[in-house]
Design a protein around this ligand. Structure first.
Ligand SMILES: Cc1ncc(COP(=O)(O)O)c(C=O)c1O
Length: 471
């Protein structure tokens, strides 16, 4: 188990990196690339087809997209319509190639369209796409999740991270017979009503304080505190004695940009919840299987009562899960009285992609490799930014990273909002033209994968050096 050192990496602000004796393993699955170099590509860079497709999409779907952050609202320009993905790369419908640091917002940790995952999916598909009845593959993935994630003794599969967070909240309330929940400013737990209070991600990006349509009654029991602020949480427990069901948090925040917990913060959350007979819930939809095979809880050695998962455990297909202590999870129907259900939950395709993604991740050296490439990437970008005279800070853990255009340090959402988002937008557009695709918002973490080669990182840092001179 890796303990959080809390030691900042030189030139970075909030990275906490465990020591490891294992050497990084070179990636053996570097994707087959189009033979266009970055410079050649720049000459050919046009987004004409993308623009036409997006203009058509705007007439058909709200904002032309099916999830808000994709719309590029905070970085300007139009979203790029993608055609295909492989390994660390994406290609748009105009034929431009990008090194991708979004990874479908997290799932693509072994690289896009991995050959083994695709082959396994093809085999599973021969038997059908959905049974609406138990299938053996559910047992296999459940067994893998239970043996990997320290707090999970029993798990329920759902279809998205949002569903997982909705389910876990109902479960925490059912188990404790209390209704109040603490969440942190800038943490995103999906788009269910009770969580749309000071949520990060797209809500932050679009500057919406809350969403219309969320009834006051749905959020009245949602209490909020700044991330990394122990005394604010203590005060909430003091004010609402005996009323708080639990604390839900992203153990490493990815939805306000990348924000690591201060040393001792997660431990304090564990203690406060225990002392108050409340539950500690780690939302590991993003960090699960990304910070280590056992997620953030294994990485930091702090074990919550309940956990949500998503993204990686579906290997690129729609999935979510919640689980934890057996005595709590056995309250879920039909074992217990807390109702929650799903037509496509545990479907064989999502289970298959999840199983083969986890198998690949479990191979020795995976997390050391992520550490190595992410270190080179973030160090390279931050150093290049500083050399060019910009205020910039950044950090990473394993395959999750971020940087802000502010001196830092960034410990919470208010700190993150000090970032120069206009400069980020200029940087973003410059990098795009150089063939590098970051999340189109300052308030989203970035992701590396086993398919990112040292060459990808070198190209990205070289592109950043160039763009930092221009913005
Ligand atoms: C930490 C966290 N929780 C929940 C969710 C919601 O997951 P989904 O988009 O699959 O509904 C997300 C999505 O990014 C997330 O990052």
């Amino acid at each position: 188990m890796a303990a959080a050192s809390g030691v900042g990496v030189v030139g970075l602000t909030v990275a906490a990196r465990p020591s490891s004796s294992k050497l990084p393993r070179p990636c053996s699955r570097v994707p087959v690339r189009m033979s266009v170099s970055l410079d050649e590509k720049k000459k050919a860079f046009t987004l004409q087809k993308s623009e036409e497709a997006f203009n058509a999409a705007k007439e058909l779907m709200p904002g032309g997209v099916n999830s808000p952050v994709r719309a590029f609202k905070s970085v300007g320009g139009q979203p790029i319509v993608m055609d295909s993905v492989k390994g660390s790369c994406m290609w748009d419908i105009d034929g431009n190639e990008y090194i991708d640091y979004v990874g479908s917002w997290g799932p693509a940790i072994i690289g896009h369209a991995d050959d083994e995952v695709l082959a396994a999916l093809a085999e599973t598909m021969k038997k059908g796409t959905s049974f609406g009845a138990p299938c053996l593959l559910e047992n296999v993935l459940a067994e893998m999740v239970v043996s990997a994630v320290p707090c999970i003794e029993m798990v329920r599969f759902v279809n998205s991270g949002t569903e997982a967070c909705m389910g876990v909240l109902r479960l925490a309330r059912a188990f404790t017979r209390r209704e109040k929940i603490i969440k942190f400013e800038g943490c995103y737990h999906g788009h269910a009503d009770p969580f749309l209070v000071k949520a990060g991600s797209g809500v932050a990006t679009l500057g919406l304080p809350d969403s219309p349509g969320v009834p006051r009654a749905a959020t009245i029991d949602t209490l909020t505190a700044p991330f990394n602020n122990i005394s604010a949480v203590e005060e909430l427990f003091e004010t609402h004695k005996g009323e708080i069901a639990g604390i839900i948090l992203e153990p490493v925040v990815g939805n306000s940009g990348y924000i690591a917990p201060k040393p001792g913060f997660l431990e304090a959350m564990r203690k406060i919840t225990k002392d108050n007979d409340a539950l500690l819930i780690f939302d590991e939809v993003m960090t699960g299987f990304r910070l280590s095979y056992g997620g953030a809880q294994e990485y930091f050695g702090v074990i919550p009562d309940l956990t949500t998962l998503g993204k990686i455990i579906g290997g690129g297909l729609p999935v979510g899960a919640y689980g934890g202590r057996r005595d709590i999870v056995e309250m879920v129907a039909p074992a217990g009285p807390m109702y929650q259900a799903g037509t496509l939950s545990g479907n064989p395709l999502a289970m298959t992609a999840g199983i083969h993604t986890l198998k690949r991740l479990k191979e020795p050296g995976s997390y050391e490799y992520l550490d190595k490439v992410t270190d080179e990437l973030v160090r390279g970008i931050v150093d290049a930014g500083k050399k060019a005279g910009h205020a910039i800070c950044g950090g990473y853990i394993r395959g999750m990273f971020g940087f802000f255009f502010t001196e830092g340090p960034v410990y919470n959402f208010s700190d993150a909002k000090k970032s120069d988002t206009e400069k980020f937008a200029r940087f973003y557009q410059g990098m795009l033209r150089e063939g590098v695709y970051f999340a189109p918002s300052q308030f989203e973490a970035g992701f590396t994968s086993l398919a990112h080669s040292p060459e990808d990182i070198k190209k990205t840092v070289a592109a950043a050096e160039k763009v930092f001179q221009q913005i």
